[in-house]
Design a protein around this ligand. Structure first.
Ligand SMILES: Cc1cc2nc3c(=O)[nH]c(=O)nc-3n(C[C@H](O)[C@H](O)[C@H](O)COP(=O)(O)OP(=O)(O)OC[C@H]3O[C@@H](n4cnc5c(N)ncnc54)[C@H](O)[C@@H]3O)c2cc1C
Length: 315
């Protein structure tokens, strides 16, 4: 057993971003896992995504064309099982998505694989080490998988940096026998409540640095003025000041806006897990040693209220 097998994901004919994030995560541990990095794409028209998946570091793209146009758990399960038999990987990575949840836990149980879902960090220590939340997100749990030859991990979308650009990996078709069992009636996006911070292009994110609930209104108004969506760090949700739909981080939402402006957020690892792949991160903090500055593209060591007043004037 060696190497990494990534299960890419497409929906409605488009490759999902998480696929390139899985390859990014796989590349980080490929050497320790030994062997090769293979990326599988499963579905009708899967071959169309082969070029996009052949990024640097990928050794081969495995294309499994299926007769069903839409996702079917048992077809995916049969395909992934066949690929595991063929590749004998140490590590299998798929997205923590509604599709993977439909087949991966059952497959892992049936095959006796090591398994963890909603993984936000991945390391290697003689085998894969996965970090995920535990006890309703109150603690970080570090998991290893002693005695397991193959481990299947579902990685949270947005928590790992995506690979960019295409490489020259070859692709190969793999035949899998599995007939569709269901009729697909339609596709509807889930209702995300009053606000969906995961879709926002510009997030104004505030943390415990604002100190007082009464200050909230000022930042709601500022977000409005700037055309931003307001998001927060967890202490503001724990204090009951803001609903948890606006929380960024490991036990909140993973966001990937064009601009993430963080005011008075220290940058704890659980917060970074939810926003470090934003395109441009701007951080304002009075503490020059605050960890948020390690991921920020632009940093301002200043009082957030001074910056907020200045922004309100400028806009
Ligand atoms: C399992 C687990 C899951 C978690 N999940 C999440 C999660 O999803 N999201 C999340 O955010 N946290 C999460 N946390 C909590 C996380 O560990 C931190 O406690 C939290 O992110 C801290 O929030 P903060 O940065 O707003 O507050 P603090 O860490 O208290 O930081 C406040 C910052 O504001 C700065 N500041 C103070 N006053 C000013 C001022 N006037 N102007 C400028 N800067 C100022 C300070 O220098 C400081 O850096 C989780 C924790 C655990 C254990």
């Amino acid at each position: 057993m060696s190497g990494v097998l990534v299960i890419a994901e497409s929906r409605q004919g488009s490759l999902r971003d998480v696929s390139l994030e899985l390859i990014g995560a796989a590349r980080e541990v490929k050497e320790q896992a030994g062997g090769r990095l293979a990326v599988a794409v499963i579905g009708a028209g899967a071959g169309e995504h082969a070029d996009a998946l052949g990024a640097d570091g990928v050794d081969e793209v495995l294309v499994v064309e299926t007769p069903n146009e839409h996702f079917e758990p048992h077809v995916h399960a049969a395909a992934v099982e066949a690929l595991i038999d063929e590749e004998e990987p140490t590590l299998v990575l798929a997205g923590h998505t509604i599709d993977s949840l439909g087949f991966a836990p059952a497959l892992a149980a049936r095959r006796g694989l090591g398994f963890a879902s909603d993984v936000t960090r991945l390391a290697w220590d003689g085998g894969p080490v996965a970090v995920r939340g535990g006890y309703g997100g109150k603690v970080d749990v570090e998991l290893d998988f002693p005695g397991k030859e193959t481990v299947l991990l579902l990685l949270r979308a947005g928590a790992f940096p995506a690979v960019e650009g295409s490489g020259a990996a070859r692709s190969r078709n793999v035949e899998v026998q599995a007939e569709p069992r269901s009729e697909h009636l339609g596709f509807r996006e889930a209702d995300t409540g009053d606000v969906d911070i995961t879709k926002a292009e510009f997030l104004l994110s505030i943390g415990r640095g604002i100190e007082d609930k009464d200050a909230l209104e000022q930042f709601e108004e500022l977000a409005d003025k700037m055309g931003a969506t307001l998001s927060v760090s967890r202490p503001l949700v724990d204090a009951g000041w803001v609903p948890n739909a606006r929380q960024v981080g490991q036990s909140g939402k993973t966001v990937k806006p064009k601009v993430y402006l963080a005011l008075g957020i220290s940058g704890a690892v659980q917060h970074l897990a939810g926003m470090q792949t934003a395109e441009t991160i701007i951080a304002v903090n009075t503490d020059p040693e605050a960890p948020i500055f390690t991921v920020a593209h632009y940093g301002v060591v200043a009082d957030l209220f001074d910056v907020a007043d200045e922004l309100a004037e400028q806009f």
